[in-house]
Structures are given as structure tokens and as C-alpha cells.
Design a protein around this ligand. Structure first.
Ligand SMILES: Cc1cc2nc3c(=O)[nH]c(=O)nc-3n(C[C@H](O)[C@H](O)[C@H](O)COP(=O)(O)OP(=O)(O)OC[C@H]3O[C@@H](n4cnc5c(N)ncnc54)[C@H](O)[C@@H]3O)c2cc1C
Length: 429
């Protein structure tokens, strides 16, 4: 499948494959690979259909497989052009892409009748009960435990990330005013230290900034986790030449050439603030509104100060931040006072006038979990207050910023949410 995927990517790059959006602002799609099913998306033209046909044949040839002439099928939302596609490729047309894990794959504009099968299932269950033999309480219990869970089986789980889940919910008609609010970002700012190849000072000659384990160390020296619970943690990112050149300040052509020349021996360390400020995903993943609070700026300043001192203590010859003034300090050639002055000035730079890049790799909280729909979007099970059976399982449900890297917590929350979904499905049986 990797081969097929690479082949499709090459086709897209060469302009041969025309991507399709399933909704107006949706992501352009070319393929969805399931365990035992493949869905390919392309424009409804004869040339696109021929392209897919030839790719499937090539794929089959390379792997000694045979494409079953009756199995690949295509569906289309338009009425025209279809017969010529069928005739040229031999791939037959279907009006229904059937079901995946019991859920019908609906691709056209949804209509009420598309879900009439849910009503039919409920009617069937009702008809099979010997209701005359049940008292009112018994009937109520059956309705609650069996009938309620039938629609739940067709429930949806959304995990588009903290920036894309809110617009998806809004496009789907959800109205909870908390959707998109409470966005936390963990603002990050960095400093760098140059460690030249100097065996007498810095023995690890083979060491390269882009090799080896990343995130192998984290320091809480600039946090106040025991008291306020907030502060900035210090960590190491990995960077490649592209990222490095974007982040590094621009003084002149010669200067950036010199910095790039030192890339492999330049270490980056960053301060990441557990933010008390929060923002909003405005109406698309590309537009957010966020104002840093002074307390978060102070925490970043304290963090970057520790970073500069740590680098110097570790033996960096040259220290600098990403501030656009592009200053750097030859640590070993300056006096104690000069070093202190540099650290104080660089760590008190502004974080709001765009003179210093502030980055974010961790967005969370934009559909937060809570006790009631007035303050949150989902309940403790990850289910939206507004639509029963609609679950969120990504970083958007965090009630607040965690203070540490979120991936493991996201996995834990997603695990708990899916366990609950399984419980609901079991009750249905
Ligand atoms: C450079 C970088 C380094 C990081 N390093 C770490 C680290 O070391 N440790 C750590 O804990 N965290 C790290 N993170 C953060 C971590 O990757 C994220 O917090 C985490 O991946 C978020 O998980 P999620 O499930 O909420 O969203 P995502 O992982 O963003 O998943 C959302 C998925 O939904 C898809 N999607 C979006 N919209 C739609 C749609 N409309 N329909 C269908 N699919 C859609 C997206 O393509 C994506 O695949 C890092 C992030 C970055 C950018």
C-alpha cells in the first residue's frame, strides 16, 4: 500500500491527479486506506478515471495481484460523463459504497431518508417485544437501554486536533458557544549555543545537532509547579537546515552563511510556557485570536534566561536568541558583567512586537471537557453536550493547558473515550 500511496503522491506532484474536497472548506483528498478497503478520490473526468485504472493495473502487475474487474467501483455525485467513464475503464458505477464497520458510507448531500434505516431498526426492536407482558417501568428500561443505544451505534468520533475540530463542529451545525474558545498554545521561544569542534574543550567531536535522540532532557528549573502550578519548562527541539534558517535572525548574507556553516554544531534549547492566557479558533484552522498574558511573558523571560545560562555552563562559545536584532555573544571572550548584561537584555525582550519569534507546537483546549454545557463542549466521556453519540478524542478536549508535552495525555484521553464508546456498543447488543 505504501507503493500505491507513493505513486499517488507522485501523480499529484506531477499534476496528473486532481484532488477532491468533500466539503467547501474540507481538506483536498486523494485516498483513504483502510485495513481491507481503499477509497480513491479524483475529479469526475475520463482522463482521471483512466489514470486511476492504469495505476491499479500497474500496482497489480508489480505485486503479482489481479484486479477483480467487478470489484473496483466508482461513485459520483454528478449525472453526466458517467457512461464515458464506465466505457473507457470498465470500472462499474455504484450508487452505494456500502458500509464500513456497519456505518453507511454516504457521499452525496445527506437527506433525512439516508438515516431511515435507524428508524427501521428501532421499529423492528419494538415490534419484537412482548409489550403486553411488560409493565410501564419495564418498557421504560427497555427503551432507555436498548432503543437509545441504536442511534449511538452510528455515532461519530472526531479527532481533527485542537485547531480543526472546532470548525468541523461549527460547519456541522453545532451551536455550543464554547466551541473554539479556551485555546491554549504553550508559547515557545528559543536560544541557541554554538559548540565548535574543539576536542580539548568539547570532546564529543562526532556530535551533530541533528542526530541522536531528541527530547532526551527536560528541566523544570523555571517552573513553579508546586505553588502556582505554572511556569516554563526547558526542552530541546530537533531542527533541520530549513527550520534553522527560518528561525535564525537575519543580519546580513555573510552572517546567515556563517550561522548555517555552524548548523551542525549549534544546539537549540527552548522555554515553553504553560499558558494562563487562552485564545479562540476564529472560524477556520488558519485563523486564531490569541493574546499572551503578562504572567506568561514573564515565565518565558525567566525560562530564556535559564536557557542562556545553561548553554554557557555547558561550554557554548557563542550564545544568542532569535530576537531580530541578531545579537550573539562570544561567551568565553567577555567579562562576567558583559555576560550578565547580555543575558538580562536578551531575556527581557518583547514577545508581542514581533521582534522575537514565538512558536507553538501544542494546541489544546478549544472544545473543552467539563461538567455542564455552559462552560464546556463535551462531558467527562468526551461526548458533546449537544449531539448524543458524537465524541471528541483529541487535544481539543483538554480543560486547561497541561504544562507538559501533551501526546501521552491525548492518547490516554482517546483511550478512555473509546472505552466508553465500546461500553455503549456492548449495551446495545
Ligand atoms: C514539530 C512538533 C513537535 C512535537 N513534539 C511533541 C513531543 O515531543 N511530545 C508531545 O507530547 N507532543 C509533541 N507535539 C505535539 C503533538 O504532536 C500534538 O499535540 C498532537 O499530535 C495533537 O494530537 P491530536 O490528536 O489532538 O491532533 P493531530 O495529531 O493534529 O491529529 C489531527 C488529525 O486530523 C486530521 N484532520 C484535520 N481536519 C480533518 C478533517 N476535516 N477531516 C479529517 N481529518 C482531519 C489531520 O490531518 C490530523 O491527521 C509536537 C508537535 C509538533 C508540530
Amino acid at each position: 500500500m505504501e507503493f500505491l500511496s507513493q505513486h499517488i503522491i507522485k501523480n499529484i506532484d506531477d499534476g496528473l491527479w486532481k484532488l477532491v474536497r468533500l466539503s467547501r472548506n474540507g481538506h483536498p483528498l486523494s485516498r483513504l486506506f483502510f485495513t481491507d478497503d481503499v477509497l480513491l478520490f479524483a475529479k469526475e473526468t475520463k482522463s482521471q478515471a483512466l489514470n486511476i485504472d492504469s495505476m491499479l493495473k500497474q500496482f497489480a502487475k508489480y505485486f503479482g495481484l489481479k484486479v477483480n474487474a467487478t470489484n473496483p467501483r466508482f461513485s459520483s455525485t454528478r449525472r453526466g460523463k458517467i457512461s464515458s467513464i464506465v466505457a473507457s475503464t470498465g470500472i462499474s458505477r455504484t450508487h452505494s459504497i456500502e458500509k464500513y464497520l456497519g456505518f453507511p458510507m454516504l457521499y452525496d448531500r445527506l437527506q433525512r431518508r439516508d438515516f431511515s434505516f435507524v428508524e427501521e431498526k428501532i421499529s423492528k426492536s419494538l415490534a419484537s417485544w412482548q409489550h403486553k407482558l411488560l409493565n410501564k417501568a419495564g418498557r421504560m428500561t427497555l427503551v432507555k437501554s436498548v432503543l437509545n443505544s441504536i442511534p449511538n451505534y452510528y455515532m461519530q468520533l472526531v479527532a481533527c486536533g485542537a485547531l480543526s475540530t472546532p470548525p468541523l463542529l461549527e460547519r456541522s451545525g453545532l451551536k455550543n458557544k464554547n466551541i473554539g474558545r479556551n485555546l491554549h498554545l504553550y508559547p515557545v521561544t528559543m536560544a541557541s549555543g554554538y559548540f565548535p569542534i574543539a576536542p580539548e574543550l568539547w570532546p564529543e567531536e562526532h556530535k551533530k545537532s541533528y542526530e541522536g535522540g531528541i527530547m532526551t532532557a527536560m528541566s523544570t528549573v523555571a517552573t513553579d509547579f508546586n505553588k502556582s502550578g505554572y511556569g516554563a519548562v526547558i526542552q530541546t527541539p530537533s531542527s533541520h537546515p530549513g527550520l534553522f534558517s527560518i528561525l535564525m535572525p537575519w543580519n546580513s548574507g555573510t552572517d546567515i552563511k556563517d550561522r548555517m556553516h555552524k548548523f551542525s554544531r549549534t544546539a537549540h534549547v527552548f522555554a515553553l510556557a504553560r499558558d494562563q492566557a487562552s485564545g479562540t479558533v476564529v472560524d477556520s484552522p488558519n485563523r486564531i485570536s490569541y493574546q499572551m498574558k503578562d504572567v506568561d511573558k514573564d515565565n518565558l523571560s525567566k525560562g530564556i534566561e535559564k536557557v542562556l545560562r545553561t548553554m554557557a555552563a555547558a561550554g557554548a562559545e557563542e550564545n544568542g536568541t532569535h530576537n531580530n536584532k541578531g545579537r550573539s555573544l562570544k561567551v568565553k571572550e567577555v567579562s562576567y558583567h558583559e555576560f550578565e548584561k547580555f543575558v538580562n537584555e536578551e531575556s527581557s525582550m518583547s514577545f508581542t512586537d514581533l521582534s522575537t519569534p514565538v512558536c507553538s507546537a501544542h494546541q489544546m483546549g478549544s472544545c473543552r471537557m467539563g461538567n455542564n454545557p455552559k462552560e464546556s463542549v463535551v462531558n467527562q466521556m468526551g461526548e458533546t453536550w449537544e449531539v448524543k453519540g458524537l465524541y471528541l478524542a483529541d487535544s481539543s478536549v483538554f480543560p486547561t493547558a497541561l504544562g507538559v508535552n501533551p501526546m501521552v495525555t491525548i492518547q490516554a484521553i482517546a483511550y478512555c473515550t473509546t472505552q466508553h464508546v465500546l461500553e455503549v456498543l456492548k449495551r446495545k447488543r
